[in-house]
Design a protein around this ligand. Sequence first.
Ligand SMILES: Nc1ncnc2c1ncn2[C@@H]1O[C@H](COP(=O)(O)OP(=O)(O)OP(=O)(O)O)[C@@H](O)[C@H]1O
Ligand SMILES: [Mg+2]
Length: 594
Amino acid sequence: MFKKVFEYAGPHKKDLYSATFIVLLSVLMGVLPFVLAYQVISPLIMRETAGSGYVSLRVIGVLICLILQAVLYGWGLNVSHKAAYNTLLRLRTALQKRFESLPLGFIQDKGTGTIKKLFVDDVDSLEVLLAHSLPEGIANLMIPLAIYIAMFFIDWKLALLSLASIPVSFAAMMIMYSVGMKKMGPYYMAGQKMNNTIIEYINGMEVVKVFNKDAESYERFRRDISNYRDCTLGWYKASWPWMAVYSSLLPCTVILTLPLGAWFVLSGYSTLPNLILILCLSLSIGIPLLKSLGFLPTMPQLNYKISALEQVLETAPLKQTEDTFHGKSLDICFDHITFGYEKAQPGPDGKPVVTMDEVITDVSFTVKAGQKTALVGESGSGKSTLAKLLIHYYDPQKGSISIGGQKLTEMSLEALNDLISYVAQDQYLFNTSLLENIRMGRPGATDEEVLQAAEKAQCMEFLEKLPQGIRSMAGDAGKMLSGGQRQRISLARAILKNAPIIVLDEATAYADPENEEKMEAAIAELVKGKTLFVIAHKLPAIMNADQICVIEHGKLAATGTHQELLKTCGEYQKLWRAAQVSAEWKVNTIKEGK
Ligand SMILES: Nc1ncnc2c1ncn2[C@@H]1O[C@H](COP(=O)(O)OP(=O)(O)OP(=O)(O)O)[C@@H](O)[C@H]1O
Ligand SMILES: [Mg+2]
């Protein structure tokens, strides 16, 4: 379970071994005073003479042991912490490297909260394992074990008596471990969800206020934090009774040794000095034993966190090469694509299990260079997913996408990005000025070129109304911009980029006629002479497309022109009828002056 983490210790493994050895010596120093105490008590009980020099030497011995115990413990932990934090640093660096190579879609799907939890909380929790559980746990277990062996040599009958409480404690511990492990999955998932919700809640505060969604959003927030509380309490409730049993039984190593041992001595089975020695030794191991096993309750949690980290570290990186684009044309070929979003869910043993929801099944079609290809289909049919596969947000599980015969997996992401401008359904504006937001399309562009692009994308009319115009910050302007206006900023970005292939995921929400007209003008400017792959929600807008692909439940139902599909494709006829009804409804609404 810890092998992987231990690998990340790298050169610091040696420090972890040294720390364990130093703590081991410290535990030994904690046990020695009991042996010295025996040496003082034994002559007293046996009525033997012992000089004051003999006693004071042992008292000084006890003091030295106690001082050494503290010094060695501090030193050991100092070494183990150095090794632990260096290992965490190496682990975080490895995680960051892995994230750089992961599909962007995978990172977005995880959510900011989960990623923060992985990088900060989960990695941090390994500090307990490396700096404490490992050195202290091992050292505190080794010494009692050695003492038990010694006790068997002194008097095996008495040794057996002092072991009596162990099987019951051990059973309680195992039950606690297995019960804890079962509850760990839901507990961990609830933690991730709460993290994501809190971050979403804070990030979305603005939208929440604008749309008066306070109550709704707070309800989700409250539900997720309550769920986390319930899962945590559920885990504790299941573990507590067993924890109580073993932590009260385990240190009671003298529970049988004292009465039965006395009887053994009186009956002549054992000797009194042996009984005293065994009693002293039994007393000495209670504390280390409890300390070593005290780390056990945290193990299910740690195990789960390590699994979550391993899962990310083992996620396949995005398939790409360093190659530039050398395709023969700009024809885009989707070749037998099958894809599903992966989701991590708690498995039967509490560990995360990755499952897959297939949303695209065996889809093949070609987008001809210089033509307009449109994707249509019901909401949730998989249109945006196909667009995201084309911009290499994800690798499909089966099949491949190629441009001019060169597969996406055979070129670098940079090379692909140079070829494609993607205008997404939901626009994200970075928290800099709108000018810089547009300039992101082509970082070397002059202010003049940015302004020209903004003009072509029909942005000037609303930019001019902003207090600082195009230099307004996106954060401040965001509140004043409509969804359609935000999408026009993004279109300006794409116009500036001037890539030969345009992937356009049309937004549905911005339905007011004026905005729609402006959007269409901006799009017309963007797509001049380009290869266009457009996801359309309004069928009339794509009637003139060279090719229309109808997607139904993740499968390609038909391809053809508008006229062909109207004759042959039932799904397209349905979508077309729905579009007619909605257009009629709009006309009527306008006529009635509503
Ligand atoms: N990031 C994701 N993780 C998991 N499932 C997802 C994700 N994105 C989409 N899905 C699911 O995949 C399916 C297809 O979604 P997609 O966004 O491709 O549909 P769409 O055709 O673009 O719909 P719309 O017209 O509403 O935009 C849906 O069932 C959706 O719930
Ligand atoms: Mg979509």
